[in-house]
Design a protein around this ligand. Sequence first.
Ligand SMILES: C[S@@+](CC[C@H](N)C(=O)[O-])C[C@H]1O[C@@H](n2cnc3c(N)ncnc32)[C@H](O)[C@@H]1O
Length: 273
Amino acid sequence: MDESLVEKIIAEVRASRKYRELDLPGNLLRQILTEQTAKGGSSAEITAAFRRKLHNIVAPYLEDIDYPTESEAMRSFFETNPTISEQKAWAAGVMSKHASTRERLPHLDEFCGKLRKIIGSPGTVLDLACALDPLMLLWLDLPAEVNFFAYDIHKPRLEFLSQFFALKYPSARAIHQDILGEPPEIEADCAFFFKEAHRFEKRQSGCNDAFFSAVRAPLLLVSLPAADLSGHHSLVDYHTQLIDKACAGRGWGIEQDQVGNELLFIIRKGSSR
Ligand SMILES: C[S@@+](CC[C@H](N)C(=O)[O-])C[C@H]1O[C@@H](n2cnc3c(N)ncnc32)[C@H](O)[C@@H]1O
């Protein structure tokens, strides 16, 4: 496809009402468009396929949170020197506004208790495709100086998280990056990759294999839903196979656990590569 047409299609998507607030990473848009172009078709068909694919990646987890307003409220709230239980109540309120973190709320104490036992006291943690996961730091009870690197493609959400970090975790960073196209270079003690591996698989079949390998942490914690949204169909076998396939032939240790509707895979790579 002609470069000027590529630029035009990307610029139109960026300016659209649906996406303009998000400021999606340019290389994410370009990679999806290149992939659709390789499949062939007229430019109208390629554009439609590109928009469909982007919708599948981004839209299911768009929510109605007004992040600038939420950030303002957070700053005022922290000025009151809230207790830790008040901070948790505030964070749970924010998490309840996002579909993925809302599902975990009834089991949050158990989930974070398990995580903390597994990870111990790491100096550096990666949170890959984080959404509002970093608010769980209040439950994980890690030292305030932890180097916590949270990655997402949703800019306003990351700006909100940056302000949260500035208030509570001065060494933590919120990073705007397509982690599939550009896996993080930072070396860490452990990495979280919660409730996104199945969607990565839809974006690019088989991609988790190279992605898990590229993450520079000896301990990788991956979670996936145990049942579909209706709760009627178990996804345990399907998602266990997804993880087994992604780890096949590497000699990594895999343990499995479950908290609520969340399957937790504890992948011990033994080295950071
Ligand atoms: C299903 S939510 C999972 C969020 C969170 N980890 C949790 O457990 O609640 C998916 C998140 O991944 C982000 N995301 C999707 N693709 C991504 C990519 N390629 N790079 C970085 N973040 C991505 C989305 O913006 C969204 O916030």
